[in-house]
Write a protein that binds this ligand. Structure first.
Ligand code: ADP
Ligand code: F6P
Length: 324
């Protein structure tokens, strides 16, 4: 069957995530294998509007699978919410002969993809964010690497926390979602895990538990706090005042987004990037690639954006049993 597209554009948008390069590489190499040309659009929708568009061949993505960040660079482009700029973006795609587009990013980026689809540019979204906060998929590119990076950092904080018999509050990324906090909270054996929508802001309860644990001879108290709960530094001050136990807050920040991608991120990102090209070659548009119940699948973007998800309820219940 002939390909429905002749030239595919690929861009990364929103926060970068380890594994985005593997996805880009898979888009480029799958497209070339099908006889489709590829153009890289630099710096997300910003680069599209500024026509920062480069030709890509198989060697453009050599030596990139193990690299963190995104070789296409990324940006947030506030203008792109404006229909006038969306039209400009679609016109630029057409001017450059781009009749298919792969957008690697999060929900925000998919909204841009949805608009470009409606304007006649066949567009497919690939979920790339360390936050795991895309409802239609059980996996997002970068989450696996980010939780392993955060877990290693928290292990190190735990060493010094134990030596000084301190309490440590470690704030992890995730925007309004608590997936990174929940996974690290369990993996690092935290005494408390604070998650948006679950944490009841009852600091008294935490303070009582810290004092109880100290009496039982516990040498540290690790609280993994989600970015969406925040206020780690002021919480540390209040806990120190109330318990008399030295308390330190560490905000892990952007180190969680960097680094060489894990094996899972490299492989799943490759599968998703390749599948995005398959969908375009079949003439599909306005779809998002997802991993659901153990399979790579695709959803209509409108449907995907309407879905909601919370942290895994069972995993959260188990974490409550394990935090002591
Ligand atoms: P993510 O894609 O990781 O969710 P953002 O929410 O920052 O990250 O969105 C990335 C970019 O997607 C924005 O800077 C903007 O260019 C584009 N975008 C976000 N929302 C919309 C929208 N409603 N319409 C069109 N484009 C959007
Ligand atoms: O979406 C990824 C993410 O790292 C979030 O966890 C965090 O809230 C946000 O991006 C930070 O954005 P910026 O890099 O613009 O500070």
């Amino acid at each position: 069957m002939a390909n429905a597209v002749k030239t595919i554009g690929v861009l990364t948008s929103g926060g970068d995530a380890p594994g985005m390069n593997a996805a880009t590489r898979a888009v480029v190499r799958t497209a070339l294998a099908k006889g489709i040309n590829v153009k890289g659009i630099l710096k997300g929708y910003n680069g599209l509007l500024n026509e920062e568009i480069i030709d890509m061949d198989a060697t453009s993505v050599s030596d990139t699978i193990d690299r963190g960040g995104t070789i296409l660079y990324t940006a947030r482009c506030l203008e792109f919410v404006d229909p006038e700029y969306q039209k400009k973006g679609a016109d630029i795609c057409k001017k450059h002969g781009i009749d298919g587009l792969v957008v690697i990013g999060g929900d925000g980026s998919f909204k841009g993809a949805q608009k470009l689809s409606a304007l006649g540019v066949n567009t497919i979204g690939v979920p790339g964010t360390i936050d795991l906060d895309i409802a239609c998929t059980d996996y997002t590119i970068g989450f696996d690497t980010a939780i392993n990076t955060a877990m290693s950092a928290i292990d190190k904080i735990r060493d010094t926390s134990t030596s000084h018999e301190r309490c440590s509050i470690i704030e992890v990324m995730g925007r309004n979602a608590g997936h990174i906090a929940l996974w690290c909270g369990i993996a690092n054996g935290a005494e408390d895990i604070l998650i948006p929508g679950k944490y009841d802001f009852n600091e008294e309860k935490i303070i009582e538990k810290i004092i109880e644990n100290k009496k039982k001879g516990k040498k540290h108290y690790i609280i993994v706090n989600a970015e969406g709960v925040g206020h780690s530094s002021s919480m540390a001050k209040r806990i120190e005042e109330a318990t008399g136990i030295e308390t330190r807050a560490t905000i892990l920040g952007h180190m969680q987004r960097g680094g060489s991608p894990s094996c899972k991120d490299r492989v799943y990102a490759s599968m998703m990037g390749s599948m995005a090209v398959d969908l375009l070659a079949e003439g599909k548009t306005n779809r998002v690639v997802a991993y659901k119940n153990g399979e790579f699948v695709d959803y209509d973007i409108d449907e995907a954006l309407a879905m909601t998800k919370d942290v895994d309820a069972h995993m959260y219940e188990v974490s409550k049993l394990l935090c002591r």
